[in-house]
Design a protein around this ligand. Structure first.
Ligand SMILES: [Fe+2]
Ligand SMILES: [Fe+2]
Length: 286
């Protein structure tokens, strides 16, 4: 059951003058990834083929994720009327494929799959909170707050199912932490970079993973403040079975924030190098 509808968003309050140019490409890319959630349901229903309760929850979950894609796509079109959501989505679907026929989790166990889902929802809930706190555009702020609340509920949904499977599969804290870290580092895999490319380039443009990833991450990390990372770290700790609050969690959050800033600077250097190598010879010599 959805907790809100597109009609509840005050679209007529959109103010083009307040739509930050650096956020528009991020919103376009997020719209494509979110709108693709039905493929994840196919994958999840394959992995949990004998668990009708979870399958039903996964279908409700996907309907909410698809709505996130619709809301973000609608906002992106207000900010950039030339944005062709359907065409960008078709290109993304062509370029990025999930293992739809899988009958076992790519994480090695159902508990592992659900921990990975918790990591994704941790990432999205903190990301949309960060975007909501960054933007001055009122409609984007409201859309991001609605989505962030959904993502937090999704975390709790997957966490509750994970606890059920953990009682049977008994993964250690170490195993859970390994899976969680593995999923977090996958943020730099193809999905987001590919979505960023398809959403922000013309059809036929050459896909360069490193540049697309740098474009996406340099802008996305800029939205984060320390308290977003602290909240996300608490959720990660909870999912792997460590105390979500306390000194270790605080230290990890501080370290995580510093690592993110280092990552951002590295991504900015990649973009500068790419821009310099694409500049005309005279501009390069100057
Ligand atoms: Fe979402
Ligand atoms: Fe979600």
């Amino acid at each position: 059951m959805k907790h809100w509808t597109l009609d509840q968003v005050p679209w007529d309050r959109f103010d083009a003058n307040l739509a930050e140019p650096a956020l528009v490409p991020l919103v376009k890319a997020a719209a494509l990834v979110e709108y693709n959630a039905n493929d994840y349901t196919t994958y999840l229903c394959g992995v949990f083929h004998d668990d009708p309760d979870f399958q039903q929850a996964a279908r409700y979950w996907a309907a909410e994720e698809v709505q996130h894609g619709q809301a973000l796509g609608k906002w992106a079109k207000l900010a950039d009327p030339e944005f062709d959501f359907e065409d960008a989505f078709a290109r993304f679907r062509d370029a990025f494929k999930l293992p739809l026929g899988a009958e076992t989790s790519v994480r090695g166990s159902r508990t592992g799959e659900l921990i990975a889902r918790c990591m994704v929802e941790t990432g999205t809930s903190s990301y949309y909170s960060a975007l909501a706190d960054t933007t001055r555009e009122p409609v984007l702020e409201q859309v991001c707050r609605l989505i962030a609340a959904d993502e937090y509920r999704h975390f709790k949904l997957f966490y509750d199912h994970m606890k059920r499977y953990l009682a049977r599969e008994k993964l250690s804290v170490f195993d859970r932490a390994r899976i969680a870290l593995g999923r977090i580092t996958e943020t730099e895999d193809d999905e987001l970079a590919c979505a960023y490319h398809c959403a922000n380039t013309r059809p036929g443009s050459v896909y360069r993973h490193e540049e697309a990833m740098a474009g996406y991450l340099s802008r996305a990390i800029a939205a984060y403040q320390p308290h977003h990372v602290q909240r996300g770290t608490g959720m990660i700790f909870k999912a792997v079975g460590l105390p979500p609050r306390g000194r270790i969690s605080d230290l990890a959050a501080r370290g995580g924030y510093l690592l993110m800033q280092r990552r951002r600077r590295k991504m900015e250097r990649i973009l500068e190098r790419a821009a310099a190598s694409q500049a005309p010879p005279l501009a390069r010599a100057a």
